[in-house]
Ligand binder design. Structure first.
Ligand code: NAD
Ligand code: MG
Length: 299
């Protein structure tokens, strides 16, 4: 059987597996390799054309989910990559390392905790020395922990969610900017939760709204340097974030069914948007939030 790529026309409602799924609790951060069914990160399907030839990218959360799909796509488009992820995620990360090498690109692994400012600075330095510079920063890593009541949302969780989703983005942007030449690009990852927040995600949705505001403001600040800043806002995507505490477990079986497309998105379906926003093709696009929501559009 020939595997279809992202350019082969097909019915998007039938392109991937449909809810219903089995409950499948994992402890955070969760592993893609333990998900059932397995997410599609473009391993078999993503076809590159050199759209990022010679570019040097730092990608957080690159082991699994959306970050893995971005790493595979960027490598097949010709970029060298520094992968950031948590040490517990080494088994997922090594699968991505093998795929980047198969694409003939350089890969540097940098496991560690981005909720730590010192580590964020070292990550940018790793990219600078490991790749000989940095011209794409993709902030994908995120923490999402559902709580039914504000009474259950601890200060510790609030703090960790903000440090991982907002502070790390700030620290990485701040450290990366002085290294970035004109033409460099930054892509943040917000969520439809910034606009249509769930009652169980008070802290997470607030971080995603902060990422929207930061993206708009930072884009204006650095436009005169020739650096563009955009964000992607996914709807429900089939990744370890969700069964590892991102949703109450009872919501996993029908995850993604309430979109007009009728199913969750797969990480592979996000990759082309990150490629577009990273590449020179989007030269007049900055300060934008790009929705990939299955039809539950941004306002
Ligand atoms: P994922 O679990 O595959 O990726 C999240 C990654 O974040 C992890 O792999 C981990 O490497 C990284 N991470 C978390 N805490 C970290 C820390 N302290 N230090 C270093 N790395 C850390 O899930 P995903 O769904 O691909 O998530 C990627 C991004 O997409 C997140 O920002 C998430 O908020 C966003 N998003 C996801 C969905 C969805 O439905 N899956 C929807 C909207 C937005
Ligand atoms: Mg992971």
């Amino acid at each position: 059987m020939t595997t279809l790529n992202q350019y082969d026309m097909q019915d998007p409602t039938k392109q991937y597996f449909q809810p219903k799924f089995e409950e499948q609790p994992q402890s955070a951060p969760g592993l893609a390799k333990d998900m059932d069914p397995k997410p599609d990160h473009g391993e078999e399907s993503y076809k590159g054309f050199g759209r990022l030839a010679g570019r040097k990218a730092l990608i957080t959360g690159a082991d699994s989910g959306i970050g893995r799909a971005v790493a595979i796509a960027f490598a097949r488009e010709g970029a060298d990559i520094v992968m950031s992820y948590l040490p517990d995620e080494e088994p997922d990360a090594q699968e991505v390392v093998a795929l980047i090498k198969q694409a003939g690109r350089k890969v540097v692994t940098a496991p560690g905790d981005i909720s730590d400012e010192v580590f964020c600075k070292s990550l940018v330095e790793t990219a600078n020395t490991g790749l000989g510079g940095l011209d794409i920063l993709v902030n994908v890593a995120g923490k999402q922990t559902a709580q039914k009541s504000i009474a259950d949302l601890t200060t510790e969780q609030l703090d960790e969610t903000f440090r991982t989703n907002v502070y790390a983005m700030f620290w990485l942007c701040k450290a990366a900017l002085p290294l970035m030449p004109a033409g460099a690009t930054i892509i943040n990852t917000t969520s439809i939760q910034a606009y249509q927040p769930s009652e169980t995600l008070l802290d997470y949705a607030s971080t995603k709204a902060a990422i929207v505001a930061f993206t708009h403001a930072f884009a204006k600040q650095v436009a005169e340097k020739g650096i563009r800043v955009n964000a992607v806002a996914p709807g429900p995507v089939w990744t370890p974030l969700q069964p590892s505490g991102g949703q109450p477990q009872e919501k996993i079986p029908t995850f993604g069914s309430k979109t007009p497309i009728g199913r969750p998105g797969q990480p592979a379906e996000l990759a082309s948007v990150y490629v577009l926003l990273a590449s020179q093709e989007s030269s007049y696009v900055t300060g934008e939030i790009y929705g990939v929501t299955g039809g539950n559009h941004l306002p």
